[in-house]
Design a protein around this ligand. Structure first.
Ligand code: IMP
Ligand code: MG
Length: 405
């Protein structure tokens, strides 16, 4: 059976968690490969809202869960999530790669300090210590999960942090807690994926954040500190490229972004507020109001290309059925010239004025069935404009409100 990757095509919060939950029982394992507890994956089941930060979103269906080496792992958050799931009677079968970089209180302090240093140009990070943790990994100062059980020397790490004015008196308690949560769960994520595949099964790779937040290919420096593209899956897990399988890119039928950075198709004012309320666009990790905007084909085509995502899932179509307006940004005007290229330069992207098309209204549309003519029109429009196949449509939070095509 072929593996499947679910990746975000925008700035995160596309609804990946819901789709992973929907698809989970066809696969033998769900695998996280990037980011850390900055992610907030919301799954609504039986009218209950579950938010996962580290545990893969397949958890509610009881399947096998794997966290790969490329994840920044905060053991305190993991412990909390496992506790919550246990309290709900959910049995968790989780394997964590021993090579995962750990996030300690030191990195969370550093995250806050760096944001403070940026002042008015702060990135608006989730303050979960993600950037500093990957940086400490690159400095070779971060302990990995497996190092908790051997002799990793934390002295240089402590000294370096002290030089930066960051101390963490509770570090020994933190280490003891981290050992407790990780004991008996460590292993080799890549080997586990290969084992599933060799037994004829398939795995679901669950992306976190979105393509436009990728450290190298996103709107730097307003990005996260890991790689969000499907091409990071083999590197993170230690598996061959050929194991990535099919890639399904996920996009809302509008756009959102949390935190700072350029957002050419942003909708400000009253309409923006209405859309935020209608879509309940508040960060699952930080509770911050998300910025909202129209669908941006320039950005989407860029993301589709980067991931080779010729199959897509479109989410939240029900939200736009409350609006008479439906606009799509088809090009940018920058200093008087028109372009359909997503810009490398932050200044150019910041000055990009959206050029809109108004294809049709999605107002008052019953999206609940695949035979809805308006849904067909929307799908045809997206497939033609983006040269993709629409495979899944989500028209509500509940698992049942999903159409497969
Ligand atoms: P960091 O990942 O906490 O360092 O934050 C860097 C940027 O990425 C900020 O703009 C965050 O709001 C954004 N970000 C990080 N994780 C997510 C996510 O899961 N969804 C949406 N935005 C995110
Ligand atoms: Mg989210």
């Amino acid at each position: 059976m072929e593996n499947l990757a679910i990746v975000g095509l925008q700035w995160g919060d596309e609804g990946k968690g819901k789709l992973v939950d929907f698809l989970t029982d066809r696969y033998d394992a769900v695998v996280r490969y990037n980011g850390g507890s900055n992610a907030g994956h919301t799954v609504v089941f039986a009218r209950r809202r579950h938010t996962f930060h580290l545990v893969p979103s397949g958890a509610l269906k009881g399947g096998r869960l794997i966290i790969g080496a490329g994840v920044a792992l905060d053991p305190e958050v993991l412990s909390e999530e496992l506790g919550l799931l246990k309290g709900q009677g959910v049995k968790v079968n989780l394997l964590v790669d021993g090579r995962c970089t750990l996030v300690s209180p030191l990195e969370k302090h550093l995250d806050a300090l760096i944001e403070e240093a940026r002042g008015s140009s702060a990135l608006g990070t989730t303050r979960r210590g993600i950037g500093p943790s990957y940086a400490m990994r690159a400095f070779r100062l971060a302990p990995r999960a497996v190092d908790l059980f051997s002799d990793f020397d934390m002295n240089a790490t402590r000294k370096f942090c002290a030089m930066l004015g960051v101390s963490s008196p509770g570090l020994d308690t933190w280490i003891a807690g981290a050992r407790r949560v990780l004991k008996g769960r460590l292993g080799d994520a890549g080997a586990a994926v290969r084992e599933v595949n060799e037994g004829g099964g398939g795995v679901l790779f669950e992306g976190s954040q979105g393509t436009l937040l990728d450290l190298l290919h996103g709107s730097y420096p307003f990005v996260t500190s890991s790689h969000t593209l499907a091409s990071y899956i083999p590197a993170s897990l230690g598996i061959p490229n050929s194991r990535v399988g099919r890639v399904v890119g996920v996009t809302k039928c509008y756009a959102t972004r949390v935190g700072g950075g350029p957002f050419p198709s942003e909708i400000k004012g009253r309409l923006g507020e209405r859309l935020r309320e209608a879509g309940n666009e508040y960060g699952a990790t930080t509770g911050r109001p998300r910025r909202v905007g129209w669908l941006d084909f320039v950005a989407l085509k860029y993301s589709i290309g980067l991931n080779d995502a010729h199959e897509i899932a479109v989410t939240k179509v029900d939200v736009l059925s409350k609006f008479k307006e439906f606009k799509v940004c088809v090009a940018y005007s920058i200093d008087g010239s028109e372009t359909t290229n997503f810009q490398q330069s932050l200044a150019h992207l910041g000055r990009a004025e959206p050029i809109y098309e108004t294809p049709f209204s999605l107002y008052d549309t019953g999206f609940g069935s695949r035979s809805s003519p308006k849904l067909r029109e929307l799908i045809d429009f997206l497939e033609e404009s983006l040269r993709v196949r629409v495979r899944l449509v989500s028209y509500g939070e509940e698992r049942s409100k999903t159409i497969e095509l």
